[in-house]
Unconditional design. Structure first.
Length: 386
């Protein structure tokens, strides 16, 4: 379809003030059962649900086939040491959640490993994502000063922000608010993070909806010191181990979960008093009904459109800002017309609008940049629903 691209003004979003990011105080929280421990017991009444599905596993080195059962990472932890998914040295696993994890009061989820004692601990990095593409890593701190042999021990008070900090039956908790504060900090003058950690936070956090975290990824720490914490210091854990090397994932518990999901196209249409006709244009604004559903505009208000217009941003580029509802079903496609007059997929970057974040009602603002050739630029949106 050929679309009209009138200009509209994006609303300003009110953003609540965040607390200043503060690195955890050393010594860190002690072992499970001790005063000041943050460990979450597998029977904790705060637990609402558990990981629903394993999205993917990439096994690292030295993990026998008997430990390569993705299903072992699903469902409740039981405090045992055998029913686990072993990642292998440097391996990783990504789990999905339905309902999604949400940022609520206190910690939002907890990761359980199968450590056989309070001091034989195998660690992992934890990363979260809303879209399954952009993952944000939690800041982890390791003050262990020297390499640890294969059957050596760690002091949990020297470790913070790493799953595996606690023995079997006790999970390491994570609070999504911490990522908000960390991202805010790197926009200012906070300089303690390493450049590598700061860069991944800047690049990936804008795509994270902390009210709808659908993916949690665990990445085994290779414990020889080659892996670095968020401040660029080496991370040590028992190394090398064989047969069941690396992080042993028991379960991931949800402590705060998202509310009801975004409605499907049929329910959304009915809510506006319309039949579920994806090709309809009831308000005659040039936007098909399915596109208004996926892009967050109203199908009964001709002045509600999801594109702000092409704007010249320099001598060589044009910028187009549009809205999208990531949680709405279906896939939005962006197409451009080439010099031969053919519609082809847009192959550039789709970026979040700086400072916009997620708008009310699940609407997010995106931006694409096109070359300014001196000739007319044509962009259209298409897609498919369920």
């Amino acid at each position: 379809m050929n679309i009209r691209i009138p200009i509209f003004l994006l609303p300003l979003l009110a953003v609540a003030a965040l607390a200043d990011y503060q690195a955890p105080a050393f010594p860190f929280a002690p072992a499970a059962g001790e005063v000041g421990s943050t460990a979450v017991a597998y029977g904790d009444p705060r637990i609402l649900s558990w990981a629903a599905q394993v999205d993917s596993v990439v096994y690292g080195e030295d993990v026998d086939a008997v430990w390569q059962d993705p299903g072992a990472a699903l469902g409740p932890a039981d405090g045992g040491s055998l029913d686990v998914l072993v990642l292998g040295r440097g391996g990783q696993a990504t789990l999905t959640f339905e309902p999604a994890i949400a940022d609520g009061e206190g910690e939002d989820f907890a990761v359980f490993e199968n450590g056989i004692s309070d001091y034989f601990l195998e660690l992992a990095f934890v990363e979260v994502s809303s879209d399954g593409i952009h993952f944000v890593r939690f800041p982890g701190y390791s003050f262990t000063a020297a390499p640890v042999p294969g059957f050596g021990t760690l002091d949990p008070t020297y470790i913070d922000g790493f799953p595996g900090k606690y023995r079997a039956g006790f999970g390491t908790p994570f609070d999504l608010q911490l990522l908000k504060e960390a991202h805010e900090a790197v926009q200012g003058d906070y300089a303690a993070f390493s450049e590598a950690y700061r860069q991944q936070l800047v690049e990936n956090f804008p795509y994270l909806d902390t009210e709808a975290v659908k993916f949690v990824r665990l990445v085994d720490v290779v414990g020889d010191g080659s892996a670095l914490d968020c401040e660029g210091q080496p991370v040590y854990d028992p190394h090398p181990t064989v047969g069941s090397a690396g992080f042993d994932l028991d379960a991931v518990a949800v402590l705060n979960e998202a509310g009801p999901g975004y409605p499907g196209f049929a329910d959304w249409s009915a809510g506006h008093g319309l039949a579920a006709d994806p090709d309809a244009d009831s308000d005659r604004d040039g936007w098909y009904q399915w596109l208004e559903y996926k892009m967050g505009s109203s199908p009964v208000d001709g002045e509600s459109i999801p594109v702000s217009g092409l704007q010249l941003t320099g001598e060589a580029s044009l910028e187009l800002v549009f809205s999208e509802v990531p949680a709405a079903s279906g896939t939005l496609e962006i197409q451009v017309r080439n010099q031969a007059g053919e519609w082809v997929p847009f192959e550039g970057d789709v970026e979040p609008v700086s400072g916009g974040g997620e708008a009310p009602d699940g609407v997010a603002f995106r931006r694409i940049t096109l070359p300014a050739t001196g000739e007319a630029a044509f962009v259209r949106f298409a897609g498919s629903g369920d």
